[in-house]
Ligand binder design. Structure first.
Ligand SMILES: Cc1cc2nc3c(=O)[nH]c(=O)nc-3n(C[C@H](O)[C@H](O)[C@H](O)COP(=O)(O)O)c2cc1C
Length: 184
């Protein structure tokens, strides 16, 4: 796919089919993530791939309970029986990095850059992704992190879901680049 078509055509997908994503496809997506730039070429990102449906539902349920009191305006989303957190996606990927107080900021930036590469690669392969910002709050629940395979000395920095979109995605809309200053 042409780069611009991918950049502008990628959407956050919130509805997935049950079709599993092949191992080769998941590996291709992870490889795209590993090509993102990293501070001081440290390549700190480590990936956890979860394809177990019960475990993904567990993540959604734990997230709902934790964040419901924090975001009253999302009460419907967090009270629904439907999975309005991980959207029944067949794959949940956690981009993690070893805990490091001094480089925590860089680790987050590196993980986000890796994630966008993966979102674009997935889009190029006809797959959908969605950043799971609410799931990040589970970093305050060590027992939950342990259950989903995050080692004690790692931070879960970018959780996102991956799968085959159920419907065709609509067009996005963005403001024009807002240039604050252009100095020559
Ligand atoms: C840091 C971050 C956290 C996000 N968290 C969520 C989330 O928890 N659930 C969700 O459905 N979308 C989440 N999104 C997706 C945004 O809502 C989405 O990117 C935005 O509405 C623009 O839509 P688009 O990605 O389709 O262009 C998140 C995006 C970012 C960058």
């Amino acid at each position: 796919m042409e780069l611009d078509v991918c950049i502008k055509g990628r959407r956050s997908v919130r509805s997935y089919t049950d079709e599993p994503v092949s191992r080769e496809t998941i590996e291709a997506v992870l490889e795209a993530g590993s090509w993102a730039p990293t501070a001081m070429s440290r390549e700190p990102c480590r990936f956890i791939v979860i394809e177990n449906k019960e475990l993904i539902k567990f993540v959604s349920d734990e997230t709902k309970v934790l964040v419901k009191p924090m975001f009253p305006s999302f009460a419907r989303q967090f009270s629904s029986e439907a999975d309005l957190i991980c959207y029944n996606a067949p794959v949940l990927i956690l981009v993690c990095a070893e805990k490091d107080q001094q480089r925590a900021g860089w680790n987050l930036v590196d993980s986000v850059l890796a994630a966008e590469n993966m979102f674009l690669k997935a889009c190029d392969l006809g797959l959908g992704t969605c950043y799971m910002g609410f799931v990040s709050f589970l970093n305050s629940k060590p027992d939950v992190l342990k259950k989903i395979g995050v080692p004690e000395n790692y931070d879960m920095l970018v959780p996102f879901v991956l799968g085959h979109p159920k419907t065709k995605q609509g067009k996005g809309n963005r403001k024009k680049p807002n240039i604050l200053n252009w100095i020559k």
